[in-house]
Design a protein around this ligand. Structure first.
Ligand SMILES: NC(=O)c1ccc[n+]([C@@H]2O[C@H](COP(=O)([O-])OP(=O)(O)OC[C@H]3O[C@@H](n4cnc5c(N)ncnc54)[C@H](O)[C@@H]3O)[C@@H](O)[C@H]2O)c1
Ligand SMILES: C[N+](C)(C)CC=O
Length: 508
């Protein structure tokens, strides 16, 4: 019988590395089975790359870049290529969304929305390519033409996480190709399927061999060399803080450019004059969409003491009503965690909070069959609200990356800002108030890369994304996101060369 899982074209694939324009197995011949987090079913078999495969991919990318086969294509034509890629993604949206859902366990409707964002990203960079023609600089000399050219940085290594697999890769692939770079992509080992399909799209559209390369494999084996290798000019990493530090340290040996998109501990600040219903609904969305496996999840509620009791009681009531389920369950509102190991990490985070004196108001454990049919066979964790939290507790400081929200209260605007900024991270946050002046004032004081006012979660391809503090280095999306894949070159041309006379001519 045909189930959504066995419709995956990658179920028995096996040759999924894409190197120098061809799909190939790993040198070792090893493969990995991908299991759906919602029920453990095998959904794909992929090649398991090791260091030797990654080196081959880097060498292919280097050759293609140095040949100029893509970097010398006019930027506007590179943009047209991205627009065609967007159209291919539109045509194959259902297939991609299914593959993403089977790998991640997220609801199909969420994967479809991710596909819309991916398509928008390709369209945005497709249109942006070629618009930035460098700039002329006034050298204060009529005999001098001085200009700044933007050139591709070279070979880009891209390392991406499992929570939004193709979206996070698209935020790198689209600007890299727009800029004229060649690249090696290493997706998270748990969720490689859509990256493989993406290589099919690029190949079918005629991207020259070696410009796009893919290694599917584990971080330590296939990923580490991407940060270290001398032939990589830029490593762009999205993932956890601990790995990000390793990537930055490994990249230092060859002083390559480093872009880091790391985790967050994102405050959702609710003032007493907020629209109560909208703030409450968005607090749920902020914390529990994709079971909190979102870098910008609003996992830290910072709420005015005068409304805290009513707001949190209602938050608990609503969190308890959230329906968990598999990707194709029409009633499900959110899904499974990515793996058993990740579920254990989320639970350990909650238990540490309890040990430090915080109180679990709901959830705080994995879901069982008693909580819903089928939940016992997947990695499901109940939506969890934790109050009686103080800023020094680990639950207030550590990223849970699961369906949890902590509650801290404030009485003054200064206190709200201090709590919201009391983190090593600085990725995103929100302010809820019907006083536009106050909301803008507080937004200005928050040290986070994205601030939503009276909203939570939207992001736009034309708006820069990235973190303050230890949430990262650099920005994705927007014109700055293209700039990450470019070098600025100053060309100073003297139209009337003269003897300078700096060193006197002497008789020898
Ligand atoms: N800032 C953002 O935009 C953003 C977006 C999505 C996810 N994230 C963050 O990602 C994290 C969750 O993702 P994760 O669990 O996949 O992160 P992770 O750091 O465990 O893994 C990310 C990637 O790094 C690879 N990797 C692991 N060790 C490596 C090494 N030594 N060298 C090179 N690569 C290595 C992994 O295989 C994977 O591809 C969370 O912290 C989340 O906040 C951030
Ligand atoms: C960047 N974003 C919000 C798409 C996914 C973060 O995990």
């Amino acid at each position: 019988m045909s189930s959504p899982s066995n419709q995956n074209p990658l179920l028995h694939h096996g040759a999924t590395l894409f190197i120098d324009g061809a799909f190939t197995p790993a040198a070792s011949g090893e493969t990995r089975t991908i299991n759906c987090p919602a029920n453990g079913e095998a959904v794909a078999t992929v090649s398991e790359a090791g260091e030797a495969d990654s080196i081959k991919a880097i060498e292919a990318a280097r050759r293609s870049f140095d040949s100029g086969i893509w970097s010398s294509v006019p930027a506007a034509q590179r943009g047209d290529f991205l627009l065609k890629a967007a159209e291919q993604l539109v045509a194959r949206k259902a297939e991609f969304a299914l593959a993403e859902t089977l790998d991640t366990g997220k609801r199909l409707v969420e994967s479809e929305l991710d596909m819309d964002d991916i398509i928008s990203c390709f369209r945005y960079f497709g249109k942006l390519a070629g618009q930035e023609a460098g700039r002329v600089v006034d050298a204060n000399d009529p005999n001098v033409i001085s200009r700044i050219d933007y050139e591709p940085v070279g070979v880009a290594a891209m390392i991406t996480p499992w929570n939004y697999p193709l979206l996070q890769a698209a935020w790198k692939i689209a600007p890299a190709l727009a800029a004229g770079c060649s690249f090696v992509l290493k997706p998270a080992e748990l969720t490689p399927s859509t990256a493989i399909l993406m290589m099919e799209v690029l190949k079918d559209l005629g991207l020259p061999a070696g410009v796009a390369n893919l290694v599917t494999g584990a971080g330590a084996q296939a990923g580490a060399v991407l940060s270290e290798h001398k032939d990589v000019d830029l490593v762009s990493f999205t993932g956890g803080l601990v790995t990000g530090r390793k990537v930055a340290a490994a990249a230092a040996g060859t002083v390559k450019k480093v872009a880091l998109e790391l985790g967050g501990k994102n405050p959702n600040v609710v003032f007493a004059d907020a629209d109560f219903d909208a703030a409450l609904d968005n607090a749920l969305n902020g914390a529990f969409v994709h079971s909190g496996q979102v870098c910008s999840a609003g996992a830290r509620l910072v709420i005015h003491e005068s409304i805290a009791e009513k707001f949190v009681d209602e938050l608990v009531r609503r969190a308890q009503q959230i329906t968990l389920g598999g990707p194709f369950d029409q009633k499900a509102e959110t899904g499974a965690l990515i793996s058993a190991a990740h579920l254990e990490k989320v639970d350990a985070y909650v238990q540490a909070g309890i040990a430090e004196g915080a109180r679990v108001r709901c959830g705080g454990r994995r879901a069982t069959e008693q909580d819903g049919a089928g939940l016992g066979s997947g990695h499901f964790y109940l939506p969890t609200v934790i109050d009686q939290v103080t800023g020094s507790m680990s639950v207030a400081q550590d990223e849970a990356f699961g369906p949890t929200i902590t509650v801290e209260t404030f009485s003054t605007e200064d206190q709200a800002v201090a709590i919201a900024n009391d983190t090593i991270y600085g990725l995103a946050g929100a302010v809820w108030s019907q006083d536009a002046g106050k909301a803008a004032r507080v937004a200005k004081r928050l040290r986070h890369g994205t601030i939503w006012i009276n909203d939570y979660h939207p992001y736009l391809p034309q708006a820069e994304w990235g973190g303050f503090g230890q949430s990262g280095v650099g920005r994705e999306l927007g014109p700055t996101g293209l700039g990450e894949y470019q070098e600025a070159k100053h060309v100073y041309q003297n139209l009337n060369p003269q003897v300078t006379g700096w060193f006197a001519q002497k008789q020898s």
